[in-house]
Structures are given as C-alpha cells and as structure tokens.
Design a protein around this ligand. Structure first.
Ligand SMILES: [Zn+2]
Length: 405
C-alpha cells in the first residue's frame, strides 16, 4: 500500500504540471516535486499510470482496522477522481452533475425557482419598498461593513476566539500556527494555503466590502476548527503517526475537498452555536469593528434567512456550466435568487469559471457533514459528542459517499 501511495503522490504532482490549481498543498519530500518538474509526464502517461494503480489497489487487502479500510477506499476513489480531472484536461466535457460525482463523489440536489421564491417572499416582507430586492437588501447591509483600517484587528480577535474555543475540545500540536495576508484580484473571498509542519498561510480577499459576519466565518472556516485544523490533524494522525504519505498532498479537485469545505463550514456552528455567536458578536466583534452592538441580533436573523438561498448559487453554476445560460445571465440569476449585489455576482461567476462544480462542496458538503455528525449523536445539545465526532472526521480519510445520507 505504501508503494502505491508514493506513486499516487507523484501522480497528483504530475497532474499539477498541467493544471495550476490542482495541487492545493504538498509537504512531502521536496525531491518528488523536483522529479515531476524535470520529467514532466503527458496526460496520456498519467491516465495509464492512474489506471494501473487502481488495479493494484483493488488487488490489495485493505487490513482489519476501520481506518485501514477507509484508507484503501479513499485512495481508490481519489485515483478515480484524478482520472476524471485528467479527462477534463484533455478536453472531455461532463455535465455539472456528472462532473461533481466524478470529482467530489457527490451530486447536489436541484431546486426549481419556486423554491427560492418562497424564501425571497419572506425577505420581501422584511425589506419592503420599490426596485429590486437585492438593492434594498444591499442598502440595509451597508452599515455592517468592517472599515479597511479595522479589518486586521477584527480578524485577529475572531481568530483568537476560534482558536480558544477549538483548543478546549481538540488536542492541537503546540507548534501549530498561521499567518494572515490581505490580497486582491481573486475569485474567492478567503483561502487557506497549508504549508506542512502545522503551518498555514491564510489569505483574505479585500476586492469587495467585507461584512462583519465574515470575521467569524473566515476565522472558523480557514482556521479553527476549519481548514487549518483539518490539515494539521491529517498531518499529525495520518502522515506523521502512521506514515501515510498520500495525505501530504492535497489535490483540490477531489473528494477530499467536499470533506474539507463541509467541515470548514459546519465548524462555524460547532465553535459558535446559535445564541453564543450573536452574544460574542454583540459584546466583542461589533464594538471592535465600531458597529452598533444593538443591531447584532437583527443582523444575524437576516443572515440566517439568506443562508437558505445558498443552493441558488449551485443552480446558477449548474445552468451556466451546462451551457444553458451565459455569464451575464448567471450573474443575473445570482442577483435575483441568491441576492448577490452585481459586483459580488460577477466575482462568483469568475469562481464558476475557475473552480466549476467545486461550488457544491460548500453547502452540500456542510449539509452532509452535519447529517453524518448528528446521526452519530453529535447534535447541538450534545456539544461534547459533536466535537468528538467532528475531530474523528477531521482525522480520518472518510469519503463523501461514506458519510451516508
Ligand atoms: Zn474553504
């Protein structure tokens, strides 16, 4: 298995030579990277090697422990996903759902316009008036922007609070840490670049106004208990303790991303359940950002309603990537059904161009992770079990299809 794992890592690095976004993190031996750079393999050679490895894995006995069985299934599935990405790089076109199944081991539900219209009707009542609802909503939201000069101190406060809450429940290596950088001209709003040795670089995009809810969301999602913690725990439990080298590489377009994004999003409510979030925002973050704390509860009531529109983003992406609508219509759909202001909608369409069906990993991923953890007793009124199940999921190679429905 270890020999196959090594060849798998080199194969992921080889795909990275054809696809700049593919290798999200790599902290294995530096000479393996050099080797793939000097001896660049063609997509044909990559496909042949991936098929060979899949056959080899199928012939190997998985071992008795559950985690060994998960490792076996995981490697097999990651290779299938790599084969699909290779086919895409050679020009094969898959439908949105075929692509998400092949790359992320999951298919997002479809929703008709009427589903979102019901939610929008509730928001219409909340923001009565003339003109498009998105304009009224956007005007209401303006006072909740974090001023540029306060951004870093508000983020640092949020990160500290997320780290504190996480470290009460999870054992993190004492050397872990990350750095925050502010960047522009990106299709995403935040990104965690895991660097190995328990370190991450987190980038926050400041192209568009940053609203107060992004402080906790990004601190949890990118940091604690999200991506940074996920990568730290994989490095600790799988790469260092077990010597499973395949986890030292993270192919972005793979089933691992559904678990990564799903846990990062679900982790927000694990760290800050319901009322605790609003209480913390009111007493700490709103004052730190110079916002009116008396409006914290009102703000989060609306944000919660907006969450219900998140699947509208998947619909826009599905129609756009299936060629049913063009970029302008996709942006209009996002404005109308996901209530994104025009500049944000355009940024999101750029995200669709770059990352395609990856969008399902955020909301479907979160819902799948929640159902999995709750089905194992990790409900909101059982925070101890919820943290324990969450940690278990972050420390093991479980596939999206293995989360159960
Ligand atoms: Zn993420």
């Amino acid at each position: 298995m270890d020999a196959v794992a090594e060849r798998y890592v080199k194969l992921v690095l080889a795909v990275g030579q054809h696809d700049a976004d593919y290798v999200d993190a790599y902290y294995g031996p530096a000479e393996w990277r050099k080797e793939t750079e000097t001896g660049k393999r063609t997509l044909d050679e990559i496909s042949t090697e991936a098929s060979t490895l899949r056959t080899k894995i199928a012939a190997l006995a998985p071992g008795n422990e559950e985690i060994e069985r998960l490792r076996h299934e995981y490697l097999e599935r990651q290779l299938s996903s790599l084969l699909a990405r290779t086919r895409m790089l050679r020009g094969e076109r898959l439908s949105f759902d075929e692509e998400s199944k092949a790359l992320y081991d999951a298919v997002a539900p479809t929703h008709p316009e009427s589903h979102f219209e019901q939610i929008l009707a509730r928001l219409e009542k909340r923001f009565p008036g003339e003109g498009p609802l998105v304009t009224r909503y956007d005007a209401w939201r303006r006072p909740f922007v974090i001023a540029k000069e306060k951004l870093d101190s508000v983020f640092q406060t949020a990160i500290e609070a997320c780290r504190e809450r996480t470290s009460v429940h999870l054992a993190l290596p004492s050397e872990e840490s990350f750095k925050v950088e502010y960047v522009t001209n990106k299709s995403w709003s935040g990104y965690n670049w895991y660097q190995g040795r328990y370190r991450s670089l987190i980038q926050v995009n400041t192209d568009l106004p940053v609203y107060i809810d992004r402080a906790i969301d990004l601190a949890c999602h990118e940091g604690y208990p999200g991506h940074h913690v996920y990568n730290v725990l994989l490095e600790k439990h799988l790469v260092r303790d077990r010597g499973w080298v395949e986890f030292s590489v993270y192919p972005l377009f793979s089933p691992q991303s559904l678990i990564a994004e799903g846990t990062a999003n679900y982790g927000i409510e694990v760290a800050f359940p319901g009322e605790q979030r609003v209480a913390f925002e009111r007493s700490v973050l709103f004052p730190a950002a110079g916002l009116d704390p008396a409006r914290a509860a009102e703000y989060y009531e609306v944000i919660e309603l907006l969450e219900e529109l998140s699947y509208a983003g998947n619909e826009a992406a599905r129609r756009y990537l299936n060629g049913q609508i063009d970029a302008t219509a996709a942006a209009q759909w996002l404005e109308r059904y996901a209530l994104m202001p025009p500049d944000r909608a355009k940024q999101r369409v750029r995200f669709f161009d770059q990352y395609r069906s990856y969008v399902i990993n955020y909301n479907l991923g979160k819902d799948m992770v929640r159902r999995y953890i709750e089905s194992r007793g990790g409900t909101a009124d059982n925070p101890g079990t919820r943290w324990q199940e969450f940690e278990g999921l972050l420390s093991s190679p479980r596939l999206p299809s293995g989360l159960g429905q």
